[in-house]
Design a protein around this ligand. Structure first.
Ligand code: GLC
Length: 574
């Protein structure tokens, strides 16, 4: 693998609607991001991916773009964006925009023109298809539920929307459309952004002709999930190579793909030295326990499954490229609530999970609030939820016979809105996120009265989850993240943390996540006791230095380390 400027960096995802509101509107804005750049810098962040902030009806919270060239007035102005880019540059930080080009909004002028003239030029930017025997062209189910086909009013045509019906799919077979997109990407890159995160990019190439790909239904509704078609779509690589050559390459831009449903063989094509993208997210953990039927059929994730998923990616990718690691993002519940077994959630187990992410090989992305240990929230009714995908899953669960209560429990466990509650800055009203009414309610754990997570199994003290309090507390989750970013970037161990070979350790042990990182200068051994009980670990050699330890004790005798529950250590083995 060739070395690249971004390999040793730390990245951070901002969900602008929930980050920091400077106007009192209840919605976060770009000036709020600019205001917090110093905070992000103090956390050791270099690269910032901002979820969509373009003009949008926000049907899917900005992942439905109505104007690719303009910031939505709710988030600010283009001028605010230029200022944000400049202020980031001044701090040696890099801004990534979210590139949502599988679809746009039905309120984009292209789509409006297409509707006005369903056989004209702009209809060719979308998939306007003739009905087959009076029905939609095939039985694909949209990712957000229901058919992926919607009638074009006043015609016998349907248009395709793999996501919500307000997100019509763009037709990447159409050269003019492709040119429009490359022009827009270059326009942004020329304005000083460092690159893009590529949304839903595996979907841009469709299995054609549509009517040939009617699949065996995977639910009682007679439909099949849209992602099934990805296996049959031919020629995605040609488009992605064209995109790379026309946009990223000439700008030496960074790009990270939202890649699902890929094969192992595709990894070098995607992120090898001449890959389509710089990096791609590792989502293997996020799909653990999932079922095609919906949330009601999901299984909880066990520690061994979590470890095996992470290790599989590490092995499969190896030295072919650099993945991007996450424990959560805006499409997932909070990682600490999901991957730490119920009852085991403490500040210590949160730190454990952070070590596991940061010490694997890959570019770590912190999702806003992860660094302070933000947790899932409790929704008391489905009416408190905003997210379209959650509303669909709730409906599916009810149709499968679940009670309101049981369906709501699923929402509390899996909803994307868990990650979208406002960022918790301090213990003032609404966690300092807004002076107005927040668009989604704040998790009450930003204040001590609303918090419930103890420091550790032996220390029942409960501390509030917010930036200000955690800044003051040397043992906070936030300051733990600072140690991790520092280890990655500014220490004798940087090279090993970034490039060291990943080698599993004692993989046959249950509830244990341990591995080496073997670098040129030294070997690090990372040990994580993924359970709430002590365990003894026979060390494979002498310890030169304890580099990190999330517990006060380090009890070693005759080469045997006794680890507390959720203890995580990084050891320099020489
Ligand atoms: C991606 C985004 C998600 C969005 C979807 C449609 O998966 O991360 O938030 O709903 O694409 O754009």
């Amino acid at each position: 693998m060739q070395k690249k400027w971004w390999h040793g960096k730390v990245a951070y995802q901002i969900y602008p609607k929930s980050f920091k509101d400077t106007t009192g509107s209840g919605i976060g804005d770009l000036n709020g991001i600019t205001e917090k750049l110093d905070y992000l810098k103090s956390l050791g962040v270099d690269i910032i991916w901002i979820s969509p902030c373009y003009v949008s009806p926000l049907a899917d919270e900005g992942y439905d773009i109505a104007d690719y060239y303009k910031i939505d007035p709710r988030f600010g102005t283009n001028g605010d964006m230029w200022r944000l880019i400049a202020e980031a540059k001044r701090r040696d930080m890099y801004i990534l925009m979210d590139l949502v080009v599988n679809h746009c909004s039905d309120e984009h002028e292209w789509f409006k023109k297409a509707l006005a003239d369903p056989y004209g030029k702009y209809a060719g930017y979308f998939f306007f298809e003739k009905a087959v025997d009076g029905h939609a062209p095939n039985n694909w189910r949209s990712y957000f539920g229901g058919s992926a086909w919607e009638k074009v009013p006043g015609t016998d045509l349907y248009y395709l929307h793999l996501f919500h019906k307000k997100q019509p799919d763009l037709n990447w077979e159409n050269r003019e459309l492709r040119e429009e997109i490359y022009k827009m990407m270059n326009w942004w890159l020329d304005r000083g952004i460092a690159g893009f995160r590529l949304d839903a990019i595996m979907n841009i190439k469709k299995a054609l002709p549509f009517e040939k790909y009617n699949y065996t239904p995977d639910r009682d509704d007679g439909m099949c999930r849209a992602s099934r078609m990805i296996q049959d779509a031919k020629g995605l690589g040609d488009i992605l190579a064209e995109m790379r050559d026309r946009t990223f390459k000439p700008h030496n831009a960074f790009s990270v793909g939202e890649i699902f449903n890929n094969t192992n063989e595709q990894i070098p094509e995607f992120i090898g030295d001449n890959g389509y993208f710089s990096s791609m997210f590792d989502f293997r953990e996020t799909i653990l326990g999932a079922s095609d039927k919906g949330w009601y059929d999901f299984e909880p994730v066990t520690p061994d499954e979590y470890r095996d998923a992470c290790f599989t990616t590490q092995r499969v990718v190896d030295d072919q490229g650099m993945v991007s690691t996450i424990i959560e993002n805006h499409d997932e519940p909070r990682g600490v609530s999901r991957y730490i077994p119920e009852g085991d959630l403490t500040d210590r187990s949160k730190k454990f999970l952070a070590v596991m992410q940061f010490m694997q090989k890959g570019l770590p992305f912190i999702y806003q609030g992860q660094e302070i240990g933000m947790e899932n929230v409790v929704f008391h009714s489905i009416d408190e939820v905003d997210d379209i995908s959650t509303i669909d899953e709730y409906k599916v669960a009810k149709e499968a016979g679940l009670s309101d209560e049981a369906a709501l429990k699923l929402v509390n466990t899996y909803s994307r809105d868990n990650a979208r509650t406002p960022m918790q800055w301090d213990d003032s009203e609404n966690a300092g996120f807004t002076t107005g009414t927040p668009w989604l309610h704040v998790n009450p754990n930003y204040r001590r009265e609303g918090a419930k997570t103890p420091v550790s199994a032996d220390d029942p003290e409960i501390r509030p989850v917010n930036v200000a309090a955690e800044n003051r507390d040397p043992d906070s989750v936030l300051n733990w993240y600072r140690k991790l970013t520092n280890l990655r970037k500014n220490s004798d161990y940087s090279d090993t943390v970034v490039y060291g070979e990943f080698v599993p350790f004692m993989e046959d042990q249950s509830n244990f996540m341990a591995f080496y990182r073997k670098g040129e200068k030294q070997t690090l051994l990372v040990l994580g006791n993924y359970r709430n009980e002590k365990r003894e670990v026979k060390l494979p050699g002498k310890v030169r230095r304890v580099v990190l330890n999330n517990c006060e004790d380090f009890s070693m005798k005759d080469g045997v380390l006794t680890m507390d529950g959720y203890q995580a250590v990084v050891l320099d083995m020489g």
